[in-house]
Design a protein around this ligand. Structure first.
Ligand code: ADP
Ligand code: MG
Length: 295
């Protein structure tokens, strides 16, 4: 689901097993809403219609868009939900394992999609003031839905659980009275760990260049796009993990950090009171989080 594998581990001994099915059902409903390519999704309908006229959206769609726009602004577009059309071009490139021609992407170099997304909170509509805009939630929907799943589990009385949404982890409570220990993959060698963070009631979300990419003429093209160049980001970061109480916030900021590069990412994440582990070729940087480097 949500383009990845989702694993729920619930450690309480006395919960109704139906909770797991209900939680997956919840995730599946959000997937139907936020899917970019599914023509029956709300997001697809929005993208088809919002350029010509303001489009009325559901409360949840309104929330994810407005909350995302805050992070687009805070990161000066390093995270930008308005780059859907450019992402489509790069999605096709992944399928054909060949980068796009420069004329295909030239209109998007330096284009900040989010600046042309206009929201109206009274009637909950969304409008695009530039026809190059479409909304893609690939960098934040997983975190958003994970937070909803956590809320649901808590409402069901769950006290101890680990939710793994493919690279986005949330640790609810403790396990055997201890914080959860979450391994951080070494981006240069996926079978090894760079270390581990100890967390409770926190999310840890990782963006990296080592999972989704293709190679063409010896150049590696991964899946996180820098709108300044309309190309995959060339920052010094190989992997960045962001730790905070909201998986949505961690998801937005890990993507942004990856584009910004280690130095700006450290400043942003400190400002936002997040823990982090940033891995470059030269260094592993981390702050307040309990991070054990196992190398
Ligand atoms: P993952 O999906 O691997 O967990 P991310 O959360 O970093 O990683 O999201 C990457 C996805 O977000 C890409 O596959 C693409 O669909 C979309 N995307 C790529 N670049 C950006 C960007 N600069 N801002 C927002 N979304 C992006
Ligand atoms: Mg993300």
């Amino acid at each position: 689901m949500l383009g990845t594998f989702i694993t729920l581990n619930i450690y309480d001994s006395d919960v109704d097993e139906g909770i797991v099915d209900n939680c997956f059902e919840l995730v599946s409903q959000y997937e139907k809403m936020f899917s970019y390519y599914d023509s029956s999704s709300e997001l697809y309908q929005l993208n088809q219609n919002a350029y010509k006229n303001p489009f009325k959206v559901s409360d949840e769609m309104y929330d994810i868009i407005t909350e995302s726009l805050d992070y687009c602004r805070k990161t000066d577009g390093a995270f930008d939900i308005g780059l859907g059309r450019l992402i489509e071009i790069w999605d096709k490139a992944v399928i054909s394992s060949k980068p796009p021609n420069s004329d295909e992407i030239s209109d998007y170099i330096g284009f900040k999609g989010y600046e042309h997304i206009v929201v109206n909170g009274i009637d909950k509509t969304v409008y695009f003031s530039d026809e190059r805009v479409s909304i893609h939630l690939g960098a934040c929907a997983k975190g958003f839905v994970q937070d909803k799943a956590v809320t649901f589990l808590k409402e069901c009385g769950v006290k101890s659980a680990l939710l793994d949404f493919g690279g986005s982890i949330y640790a609810l409570g403790t396990k055997d009275s201890k914080p959860f220990s979450i391994g951080i993959t070494d981006p240069t060698s996926e079978s090894e760990l760079a270390g581990a963070v100890q967390i409770t009631d926190l999310s840890v979300v990782t963006s990296g260049n080592y999972r989704r990419f293709f190679e063409y003429n010896g150049v590696v093209y991964h899946h996180i796009i820098d709108s300044a160049t309309a190309f995959p980001s060339q920052s010094d970061i190989n992997g960045v993990s962001v730790i905070c109480e909201s998986a949505f916030k961690s998801d937005c900021l890990s993507t942004a950090s990856f584009v910004l590069g280690a130095e700006s990412a450290e400043a942003l994440l400190s400002d936002e009171n997040c823990g982090y582990v940033i891995i470059t070729d030269e260094s592993v940087r981390s702050n307040g989080v309990i991070f054990k480097n196992e190398k």
